[in-house]
Design a protein around this ligand. Structure first.
Ligand code: SAH
Length: 224
């Protein structure tokens, strides 16, 4: 029996459906109210995005190692993130830090076209494979996401999944005038989750809570 791969998604052969429903219950119990966000978690097969060694823990509300010193974020943190973005379904979204691809898949369930950038080629490769096996077609770039992806700008929403010392200016430039960005800002290992909006004169930033993300490494991030 192969409990993953061909049984992706919420299809009838999906053996993980019960675990996923329990995860959604936990998110709801912790205060996640956005029905679209809860629905995205209930249809997205997290087990396809974690390495085999930790697959039995795929539906725990916990961060898990995904290799190359990186982690797949805790579902609750991701749910908060997504709730804050308030996606309605048709937005063009840029994600910086694909990691496992799980959050990319959640974004694909919640928004319009999703563009994602990952700097570690091995992670990009396995994320792309997982996204495909989940039946999702996402545009992916391997490179420094602090430079954004100008070819498809502007974006209605930008989600940065790694913590940086400053707001990368190219990401502000690539945000649509009514768009919003969410980015953990601060030192390595301790950041403030921050919402960024464009204003006539520059940007407006609103801190919304503490966060601990892996470092954003790049030209407008930390040194590698
Ligand atoms: N949300 C992801 C986890 C992201 S971990 C998930 O669901 O799995 C953060 C990721 O950001 C890591 O994979 C790391 O390699 C990547 N990263 C760090 N700096 C980056 C940069 N400048 N550009 C693109 N990706 C970056």
């Amino acid at each position: 029996m192969t409990p993953f791969g061909s049984d992706a998604g919420a299809g009838s052969r999906d053996t993980y459906g019960g675990y996923r429903a329990r995860l959604v219950d936990q998110l709801r119990a912790q205060g996640i109210r956005d029905l679209a966000v809860l629905q995205a978690f209930s249809v997205t097969p997290r087990h396809l995005f974690v390495p085999e060694a930790v697959r039995h823990r795929a539906y725990e509300d916990a961060a898990l190692p995904i290799g190359n010193g990186q982690t797949i974020s805790q579902p609750f943190t991701q749910a908060r993130y997504l709730e804050t973005l308030g996606l309605k379904g048709d937005e063009k979204v840029l994600e910086v830090g694909t990691g496992s691809g799980y959050q990319t898949a959640l974004l694909a369930a919640l928004a319009g076209p999703v563009f994602t950038i990952e700097r570690v080629p091995a992670l990009a490769k396995s994320a792309q494979a997982a996204l495909r096996s989940a039946g999702l077609n996402v545009s992916m770039l391997v490179g420094d996401g602090t430079l954004g992806w100008s070819a498809y700008a502007p974006y209605d929403a930008i989600l940065v999944a790694a913590g940086g010392p400053e707001i990368p200016p190219p990401l502000v430039e690539q945000l649509s005038s009514r768009g919003r960005m969410i980015i953990p800002l601060g030192a390595r290992g301790a950041q403030k989750l921050t919402v960024v909006r464009r204003t006539a004169g520059g940007v407006q930033t609103t801190p919304i809570g503490d966060a601990r993300f892996v470092p954003l490494v790049g030209e407008h991030g930390f040194d590698g």
